[in-house]
Ligand binder design. Structure first.
Ligand code: CA
Length: 312
């Protein structure tokens, strides 16, 4: 039985790859819907980009919903400096023709979870946690219905990418992250500690292009674009592919290793707002609330991803 999931996303080139991997893996993953949130770029672009990616995967039947257009508190911070003006700079993809659903993403989340048996549906947030936190706040009774939240966000040993101590998704909406991390729902977290080891090197990028599908070509073009920024910033050998770690985990959890620990979200720090305070060494005495991943088998991850892109 494939796992039923809702992808909550702010595409973003790496979000696009995560969605493509899910849609290329129907034996393991059934995508019930995609909810868009403001993050890498504003909501008007993320909901549009999500539909473009579904069409690239040949799945215009997937329902895409627009959600929150700003964080719970404060102004929206975006990342055009990383993702380009559209959020999906790189490939030349056509505008989507599939419709945006009428319902708000939060209403879709609440209705779907209310109607589902307990522990059936997993949530996969790939952006700021605004939609998920809003749903949990409006309808706390949905929490026990959620099987697991597998999210990309945070950092501990890699510290931060948007500030010296915060990863982008958590930094954009720390109040939302705080609600999710206190929800009691089983959490699996893919922080920068993992994703900075999932680098698209030149041979890995060549392998995407070589699969010979439109999706492979588009992913190669996206990661080409993405890479310029990371090479300049980190001097690394390639761009980290953050969000696909979430969907890869659903297919092959054994690719990742981590610890079940306490993770708290800093919402007030003078210099550290948005930091994921991860008790990796078990020194706080606070109860564990998340499986915080620390490592990935990167070669096996890229083999899986490349193989699946060839199926689309
Ligand atoms: Ca994202």
């Amino acid at each position: 039985m494939p796992r039923k999931i809702i992808i909550d996303t702010d595409p973003g080139q790496d979000d696009a790859v995560a969605i493509l991997l899910a849609l290329a893996s129907p034996d393991e993953i059934e995508v019930l819907g995609i909810t868009a949130v403001a993050g890498n770029v504003p909501l008007a672009l993320t909901q549009k980009n999500a539909r473009m990616v579904c069409e690239l995967a040949g799945r215009p039947d997937i329902r895409v919903f627009a959600g929150c257009d700003r964080p719970l508190a404060g102004a929206l911070v975006t990342a055009e400096h990383v993702h380009g003006k559209t959020g999906l700079d790189g490939p030349a993809l056509p505008d989507p023709t599939m419709p945006l659903q009428d319902a708000h993403a939060v209403a879709f989340l609440i209705e779907t979870l209310r109607a589902a048996p307990e522990g059936e549906v997993s949530l996969c947030p790939l952006g700021p946690l605004t939609n998920i936190a809003t749903a949990l706040r409006e309808a706390p009774e949905i929490a026990p219905k959620i099987r697991e939240i597998v999210l990309m966000g945070g950092a501990y040993f890699e510290v931060g990418n948007i500030t010296p101590t915060a990863e982008f998704n958590i930094f954009v909406d720390p109040e939302a992250a705080s609600i999710v991390f206190a929800s009691g729902v089983p959490l699996t977290v893919m922080p920068l500690d993992v994703t900075h080891n999932a680098l698209v090197t030149k041979p890995r990028n060549d392998a995407f292009r070589a699969v010979g599908t439109a999706a492979g070509e588009a992913v190669a073009a996206m990661t080409d674009f993405f890479e310029r920024y990371d090479r300049e910033k980190y001097g690394s050998e390639g761009a980290p592919l953050h969000d696909p770690c979430v969907t890869a985990y659903l297919i092959r959890p054994g690719l990742f290793r981590g610890r079940h620990i306490n993770v708290e979200i800093e919402t007030e720090g003078r210099f550290t707002r948005g930091m994921t305070v991860a008790d990796w060494w078990g020194v706080s005495g606070r109860a564990p609330n998340a499986t915080f991943m620390g490592d990935i088998d990167a070669d096996a991850f890229f083999t899986l991803l490349t193989d699946r892109l060839g199926r689309l």
